[in-house]
Design a binder for this molecule. Structure first.
Ligand SMILES: [Zn+2]
Length: 470
C-alpha cells in the first residue's frame, strides 16, 4: 500500500515498525465549540484510512486526544485561551464546556459513521505525564524558563522545520496576527510547554508543578498521550493540514528531543475544506455543522459521500449546490442497489468477487484514492457477474467506505412498499399493531387474515413489520 508521507513529500510503501501491527495517532478536537464540517472532513478521511488498514489485515491501535486545556486561539501560543472563551460565551465552567462539546463531537462522528478510536484521552487526565516529559526536556537542555513559562528551545535542534516548507522569515507570528510577540522567547519559533499564572489570571484549571501553579501548552499533550499509549515509535500520525505547522512540527521537536531517536514514520495530512469564499472557519460566514446539514435535509452520510468523492490531498470546495449534487448521486446509487436486491439469489461467485474487488483495492492502495474507490463502486454494476456477487462486493467495499449502501437500499425498498399500500390495508396494519401491543393475538390473527383477503402478506422481521403484495 502506497501512502503519501508529508515528511518526505513522496508516496511511500507503507511499512509499519512491527509486521502486521499499526500504531496510529490522531489529533483530537479542542472541545470549546461544535466541530465544523471542515474539521470533520479530516476525521472522515482518517476513518477511511484506519478502516482500510484493518480491511487489509492490520491490527490497528488508534489513539486520540481531547484538548480540554492549553489551546490558545493562535496555534503559535498567542491570543485567548479557547476553552476559557467557550466557557465565558456560555456562562459555564470549563469542564462543563469540555464535557458538552466532547459528547457533541462523538455524536457528530456517530452520525458520519466515524469509528471511535481505541483510546480517547483528555489532556487534563495526563498532567503528570506532561510534567515528567517537560522536566526531562529541561534536564537535557532543550527547554528553558522565562517570565514564568517553560519554553522549548528550537535552536537546540539540528533541524526544526521538518516538513520543509517554512523558514524563520515566514514565522512572523506576532506581526501576522496583530498580536504582540512574546518577548520571553529566545527564538521566534520557540513554543510554550508550560504556562504559569503569569499568562491568564482567570484560568480555571491549574496544577502544581516544579515551575509553579500553571497549565500545559497545547503541543506537548499529543506527544505525551501518543507515547503513553503507543510507545516510543509511532507508525502513523494523522491530522488536518493546518496542524502541520506549528503543531506537528512542535510535536516532532519535543518528542524526538525527549526520546533521542526518530518518533513517527508516516504523516498523513488531510487538506482543507473551502467555501466559495475561501478557507472554512468557525468565525467566518455560515457556521457549518452536522446539525445544520440535517436541518437543511441532508443525511450526514451524504456529506461523507461528498468527501469520499475527492482525494484527501486535494482541497475540496463546499457549497450547498455541491452537496445537493452529492445527495442526488447518492440517492441514485442507493436506488440502483435497491433494484439489485430482489435479483440476488444464492451465494456470491468467489472467483468473480476477487477479480472485481482488485479494482477497489488498487484504488485504495494508491494513497487512499477514495475518488477512484467510489468509481469502483459504480463499476460493480457494469461487472460481468450475477446480482448476489455484486451485492457482496458492495457490502465488502462499504466495510471501508461506511456509506450505509445496502442498509439505505433496504430502507428504500421498505418505503416503496409502504407507499404502495392502499389506505384500507394500512389502517388494518395499524389496528393489528395495536392488537399485538395489547397482546390480543386472536384479534391480530383475524386482522392478518383480512389483510390477506385484500391481497397483502404481513411478516414480522427484525427491522419491523414488512408488508408485501401477494
Ligand atoms: Zn496533536
Amino acid at each position: 500500500m502506497k501512502l503519501y508521507n508529508s515528511l518526505s513529500h513522496k508516496e511511500e510503501e507503507f511499512v509499519p515498525n512491527e509486521p502486521g501491527k499499526v500504531s496510529m495517532y490522531t489529533c483530537g478536537p479542542t472541545v470549546y465549540h461544535f466541530a465544523h464540517i471542515g474539521n470533520l472532513r479530516s476525521y472522515i478521511m482518517e476513518d477511511v484510512l484506519e478502516k482500510y488498514l484493518r480491511y487489509v489485515g492490520y491490527d490497528v491501535k488508534r489513539v486520540m486526544n481531547i484538548t480540554d486545556v492549553g489551546h490558545l486561539t493562535s496555534d503559535g501560543d498567542t491570543g485567548d485561551d479557547k476553552m476559557l472563551k467557550g466557557a465565558k460565551r456560555e456562562h459555564k465552567t470549563v469542564m462543563e464546556i469540555a464535557e458538552f462539546y466532547t459528547n457533541a463531537f462523538f455524536e457528530d462522528c456517530r452520525k458520519l459513521n466515524i469509528k471511535t478510536p481505541d483510546v480517547v484521552e483528555p489532556a487534563t487526565h495526563c498532567i503528570d505525564e506532561f510534567i515528567r516529559v517537560i522536566s526531562s526536556l529541561i534536564g537535557k537542555g532543550y527547554a528553558y524558563e522565562a517570565g514564568g513559562n517553560i519554553y522549548f528551545d528550537t535552536s537546540k535542534l539540528s533541524k526544526y522545520y521538518v516538513f520543509g516548507e517554512l523558514s524563520e522569515e515566514d514565522l512572523e507570528v506576532g506581526v501576522r496576527e496583530g498580536v504582540e510577540a512574546d518577548g520571553n522567547k529566545k527564538n521566534k519559533a520557540d513554543f510554550v510547554l508550560w504556562f504559569t499564572k503569569s499568562k491568564f489570571d482567570d484560568q480555571e484549571l491549574k496544577w502544581e508543578s516544579p515551575w509553579g501553579l500553571g497549565y500545559p501548552g497545547w503541543h506537548i499533550e499529543c506527544s505525551c498521550i501518543s507515547m503513553k499509549h503507543l510507545g516510543e515509535k509511532l507508525d502513523l500520525h494523522c491530522g488536518g493540514i493546518d496542524n502541520q505547522f506549528p503543531h506537528h512540527t512542535n510535536e516532532i521537536a519535543q518528542s524526538e528531543a525527549f526520546l533521542g531517536h526518530k518518533w513517527c514514520n508516516y504523516w498523513f495530512h488531510v487538506h482543507h475544506l473551502n467555501t466559495l469564499s475561501g478557507k472554512m472557519s468557525k468565525s467566518k460566514g455560515e457556521f457549518l455543522t452536522v446539525s445544520l446539514l440535517e436541518e437543511k435535509g441532508f443525511a450526514p452520510v451524504v456529506y461523507r459521500f461528498f468527501c469520499l468523492q475527492s482525494h484527501y490531498r486535494k482541497s475540496l470546495v463546499f457549497s450547498w449546490e455541491n452537496l445537493e449534487n452529492a445527495k442526488q448521486a447518492y440517492d441514485k446509487l442507493v436506488a440502483r442497489i435497491a433494484a439489485l436486491i430482489p435479483e440476488a439469489k444464492g451465494e456470491a461467485d468467489k472467483e468473480a468477487f476477487e477479480r472485481i474487488r482488485a479494482d477497489f483495492t488498487a484504488a485504495m492502495d494508491d494513497d487512499i484514492n477514495t475518488s477512484n474507490a467510489v468509481t469502483a463502486v459504480y463499476n460493480v454494476f457494469k461487472a460481468d457477474t450475477d446480482a448476489a456477487t455484486k451485492l457482496a462486493l458492495l457490502d465488502d467495499y462499504d466495510r471501508v467506505l461506511s456509506l450505509d449502501l445496502t442498509e439505505s437500499a433496504k430502507k428504500l425498498i421498505a418505503q416503496q412498499q409502504n407507499t404502495d399500500i392502499p389506505a384500507e390495508v394500512a389502517e388494518l396494519v395499524a389496528q393489528r399493531k395495536e392488537a399485538r401491543a395489547a397482546k390480543d393475538f386472536a384479534l391480530a390473527d383475524e386482522l392478518r387474515d383480512r389483510i390477506a383477503e385484500l391481497g397483502y402478506v404481513i411478516r414480522e422481521t427484525r427491522q419491523g413489520t414488512e408488508i408485501t403484495k401477494k
